[in-house]
Design a binder for this molecule. Sequence first.
Ligand SMILES: O=P(O)(O)OC[C@H]1O[C@@H](O)[C@H](O)[C@@H](O)[C@@H]1O
Length: 279
Amino acid sequence: MHLCKTASLLPQDDIKMLIIDNDYAHATISLFGGHVLSFIPKHDNVQRLWLSKEAMLDGQHPIRGGIPICWPWFGAHASESGLASHGYVRTQNWHVVDCADEPEQTVVRLKPSTTQGEGFEGETQLSLVLFIGRELRIQLVTENTGSEPLSYTCALHTYFNIDDINQCELTGLDGDYLDKLQDYQRISTPTPYTFNEETDRVHLVTPESLTIVSGNIKTSIQSVGHDSIVVWNPWADKSKSMQDMEDLGYKTMLCVETAVTQGQQVLPGQSHTLEQVIR
Ligand SMILES: O=P(O)(O)OC[C@H]1O[C@@H](O)[C@H](O)[C@@H](O)[C@@H]1O
């Protein structure tokens, strides 16, 4: 396929990278995983995404950082514990279906090589649509092409770049969350929402807009088509235990994930779009 003018394909390590460089932003997308690794809007030149210095770019392991695509399940598989966490499309090769330069953005559509895999019965078409301009809009579109109703979970598992987790506040969430570190106990969201320990929380709320404020970096996040927001930081001990994360990596990242954790139903012939907009 012909790439649009603002796009180029470059090999890096064992992965093909799609680079978008237009008047508004610079972005890097790994075709392994359909995975956005970097988004820098040119009006402020601030990197919005965090990528681990130890990330494995070998085209086999999931990439630690950027925006992993979790699909067709989020977290552990519901019944088969041996299957990969967060599904199988983040470790698949994706390809560019089309790419278009518009006046204020570049629009890129990617598809994985297959949507079928062990642990999932659905017949589907899956696309990732990226609108890269002053903001990054990312849409994960699942179409049910089979004759049976479909149910799945998914997430845009974004790792945000922050100055310092100890001086970071997340605004826009309230109500209770389910604490994955305490057997899914229901706990009330702190105000202000700041961080001083390992955090792995499923907020069963659907705010349209959230903001992460940390030093000079202020990132706004809008979500559509979700049933939850997941907030994750592995903190010190877990970072040390993870091969693909530098020991102090947890200090400069916060995952705020636009997610469907409760199960999305899609009727035959219908589709569902999970969307996150990052400014
Ligand atoms: O190491 P992975 O599979 O990329 O997952 C990272 C984290 O992802 C989060 O979404 C989960 O809530 C955590 O439980 C998990 O540890």
